[in-house]
Design a protein around this ligand. Structure first.
Ligand code: UDP
Length: 332
């Protein structure tokens, strides 16, 4: 669909900026709306950029009233499980209230399609692995609860007001596009792969693995790492599929899990240096194992992860971080 006009809320963030690049390459006309609270302006090139906050509903609605978008993509969220446990208010405000503002502005201006970044955290502790979309939803962190609350809002807005929506439940977003100048840069960095790479590059003296007494083969948590560009591809496919299906809920993962210690090993072998993590206590809100069943995404969208091999992910993150030890602050 060349020249499709899209609005990307949170397009300056890690997943959002990779999506923007992919959408531009596939002929979309992109406008980014982002409050830059965690995103980076320098992660964006050749797009219309508006610095704005969804919690300024008047400004957002005025923007929608003056423009006509085929689809709105919502990436803007607070997304740290641990932080959400200690500061749930931030999560209800930035996630639930902001999404409500977005939906109200969409309703008032006749915008009727949204692709929403959801999460495997909506499931809570897995009762069955790999996790299918129909799995019980019992989120154990405020982060997961806020994302599930938004999915419920979408369901109700769809039934009552005809909004078409896709909730894409990401497993662990990873990797980057160093050739395109895109990487992962959070402050503070809390995610496993960038933290292991920072330690490997001597940017961080200590590497702490949170918990080694989980009921998994090596005692550390298992996650399903999915490349951000694979996520981006699924978003465009979901946008197209909304022509046929008004409500879409899909897992986006690879179907294969990697333990925290296997991640450390993968980085060790990529940089030819034995890394010695220390073990700390479990991090509140962390389920032992999260692995997707990606079968439904394949059946519905003919989509599957093609860029998510751990060696590729680790090599890319190593390259971007060695080139940008100070993150986007060094990009001009
Ligand atoms: N983790 C860790 N040390 C770190 C960062 C993360 O042991 O410095 C663990 C975390 O407890 C979890 C896994 O790595 O078991 C993945 O965490 P991450 O924050 O990357 O993603 P999440 O699964 O929370 O979305």
């Amino acid at each position: 669909m060349p020249n499709t006009e899209i609005l990307v809320i949170g397009g300056a963030g890690y997943v959002g900026s990779h999506f923007v690049l992919y959408a531009l390459k596939h002929g979309c006309r992109v406008c980014v709306w982002d409050n830059l609270s965690t995103g980076h302006r320098s992660a964006l090139r050749d797009v219309r950029f508006l610095a704005g906050d969804l919690n300024d509903r008047e400004a957002f609605q005025a923007h929608l009233a003056g423009n006509r978008y085929h689809t709105i993509f919502h990436f803007a969220a607070s997304c740290l499980v641990g932080e959400s446990v200690v500061n749930p208010a931030k999560y209800y405000e930035n996630n639930v209230i902001a999404a409500f503002n977005m939906l109200e502005a969409m309703r008032a201006t006749g915008h009727d399609r949204v692709v929403f970044s959801s999460t495997c955290s909506v499931y809570g502790l897995p009762e069955e692995l790999p996790i299918r979309e129909g799995h019980a939803k019992n989120p154990i962190s405020p982060y997961g609860k806020t994302k599930l609350a938004i999915e419920w809002m979408l369901e109700d807005y769809s039934a009552a007001y005809g909004i078409r929506w896709a909730a894409l439940r990401y497993f662990n977003a990873a990797g980057c596009e160093p050739d395109e100048g895109l990487g992962e840069d959070h402050d503070p960095e809390t995610h496993l792969i960038p933290n292991v790479v920072r330690h490997a590059l001597d940017l961080d003296p200590r590497l702490v693995i949170f918990g080694n007494d989980y009921p998994t083969p090596d005692g550390t948590c298992i996650r399903d790492y999915i490349h951000v560009t694979d996520l981006a591809e699924a978003h465009i496919a979901a946008m197209r599929k909304l022509d046929e299906i008004p409500q879409i809920r899909l897992n986006l993962g690879t179907g294969t899990g990697l333990s925290n210690l296997q991640v450390v090993e993968a980085v060790s072998s990529a940089c030819g240096k034995k890394l010695e993590p220390v073990f700390g206590p479990r991090r509140p809100g962390d389920p032992p194992e999260l692995v997707a069943d990606p079968g439904e995404a394949f059946r519905m969208l003919q989509w599957q992860a093609r860029r998510s091999h751990p060696d590729r992910i680790v090599a890319e993150v190593l390259r971007w971080m060695s080139d940008h030890p100070g993150g986007y602050a060094e990009v001009h």
